[in-house]
Design a protein around this ligand. Structure first.
Ligand code: CAO
Length: 427
């Protein structure tokens, strides 16, 4: 003999229209005593509705998205008399969202212990895997852009997903890095290269891994445009050579990069939107009144970006010494984290190596980066004749959400003007 048990929403403390967020069973499923059948959610708490008997789900009367109140019939369960005799009273398990508040005490429901139909708790759904988490944890996951249903196992009670599970999910996704498809991007296939010839596998350095994750995040989040131009640095170079001729052999020599840093800061003073960052919600622009420039430095372990502070208040010699000190420290792996923070714009200079142009990636939350490649003598038409001029290629990548194309071009024109006539840096 078997009995059909009606399962209804119990009294969960004077709350009406409770959201059904998930139904974990379907008709025909065997359910065990205490097994969670469905999850309800108020704005304060998530409520697990465990089965109060072992049996077979016959019919379901609700689905995720429904709103239910006390007494609503949600399912019928066929219970053998044998099972019914060992059934225990069901108590919905409630988890309270932060800030903690006393959970309403649900009334115990009558046990499913006799052939009589009795009130109980359950809900059903078509979904086979559903996240089992409190509203606070769901909110936390939403804030991090995590689809909570992708977290398959929770470390909380009865497999419930807790905040640490969400954090670990994010950490794992970040560690998997570039190929592992944020924004629905398909993951890169794994290839066994040894089938084509001899190979050797080496672990990426920590700096390379972290830089890779950051670059990938920026690439996916920022609409970037790179604008290319050339600055005439013939006079600047003559001045630099003259200055270096005055130095002793133990002095640090001035490189063109220091003039580029000064020219960049003067252009930032003229165009404050380049010395700004978008607020995290993308609603506001935060203008900075300080002028700190990050310099990308190539090191044996990967790329690092020390920051030169208050460049607007420093002269060429001071900046030369500071750049030498910071780039040496970077190469020795001795930079402190604070020395790599607080940059306003970054310069990536490949000029010592070569190149004619490239497209650097913005070091967000900065809004622009200036790329520099190798200066070379070129015949330039001066209106009457071709004259030899030393031309420096510049590449300005900017976040197009903040900087318009015309602003980018005007900014670059200003940088070129300062480099073309460095006396203007004094104005
Ligand atoms: N055109 C022509 N020559 C240039 C030049 C340019 N744009 N930039 C530098 N040079 C010359 C220098 O004058 C120097 O010449 P000498 O040896 O005759 O004095 C030589 O190239 C080497 O310069 P440097 O690179 O040591 O010095 P720097 O001040 O120009 O740059 C630093 C310093 C730290 C930026 C650089 O050493 C470095 O690490 N560059 C790589 C940065 C990088 O990896 N960027 C890519 C990031 S990915 O976005």
């Amino acid at each position: 003999m078997a009995s059909l048990i009606e399962i209804k929403v119990p009294d969960v403390g004077n709350v009406e229209n409770i959201d059904v967020v998930d139904v974990l069973v379907k008709p025909g499923d065997e359910v065990k005593l205490e097994q969670t059948l469905a999850i309800l959610e108020t704005d304060k708490a998530s409520i697990d509705l465990p089965s109060s008997a072992t049996g077979t789900v016959q019919e379901l009367f609700i689905k995720p998205g429904d709103k239910v109140s006390e007494g609503r019939l949600i399912a019928t369960v066929l219970v053998s008399d044998e099972a019914a005799s060992v059934a225990a009273p069901a108590e919905p398990v409630q988890q309270v969202a932060a800030p903690a508040e006393k959970a309403p005490e649900p009334d115990s429901q009558p046990a499913v212990a006799t052939p009589e139909p009795r009130q109980e708790i359950s809900i059903s759904s078509t979904s086979t895997h559903a996240a089992h988490a409190t509203p606070a944890v769901r909110l936390f996951a939403r804030e991090l852009g995590v689809d909570i249903n992708k977290i398959t196992t929770g470390s909380g009670r009865k497999g419930r997903i807790v905040k640490d599970d969400v954090k670990n999910f994010v950490k794992k996704a970040m560690a998997e890095g570039v190929g592992q498809g944020g924004s629905g991007i398909p993951a890169m296939p794994a290839v066994d290269f040894s089938q084509f010839g001899e190979i050797e596998e080496q672990k990426l350095s920590k700096i390379k891994r972290l830089t890779g994750q950051n670059l990938c995040r920026v690439w996916l989040n920022l609409p970037m445009v790179t604008y290319h131009d050339e600055a005439d640095i013939t006079e600047m170079e003559a001045f630099r050579v003259a200055l270096n001729a005055e130095k002793t052999k133990d002095d640090v020599k001035i490189t063109g990069l220091v003039f580029i840093i000064k020219a960049l800061v003067s252009a930032m003073e003229q165009f404050p939107q380049f010395n700004a960052s978008l607020s995290a919600d993308g609603e506001n622009l935060i203008f900075k009144k300080y002028f700190n420039i990050g310099i990308a430095v190539d090191t044996p372990n990967g790329l690092v970006v020390p920051v030169l502070r208050d460049v607007n208040r420093k002269g060429i010699n001071e900046l030369t010494a500071e750049l030498a000190e910071k780039s040496n420290k970077a190469r020795l792996g001795k930079l402190m984290p604070a020395e790599m923070q607080g940059g306003c714009i970054t310069i990536s200079s490949l000029g010592g190596i070569g190149g004619t142009a490239f497209t650097p990636i913005v070091n967000a939350p900065e809004v622009a980066i200036l790329g520099v490649t190798r200066a070379k003598m070129q015949p330039v038409w001066d209106g009457n004749a071709f004259v030899p001029r030393l031309m420096l290629p510049l590449d300005l990548t900017y976040d197009h959400r903040v900087i318009d194309g015309a602003e980018g071009a005007r900014f670059m024109a200003a940088v070129k003007q300062y480099l073309g006539d460095i006396r203007r840096l004094l104005l």
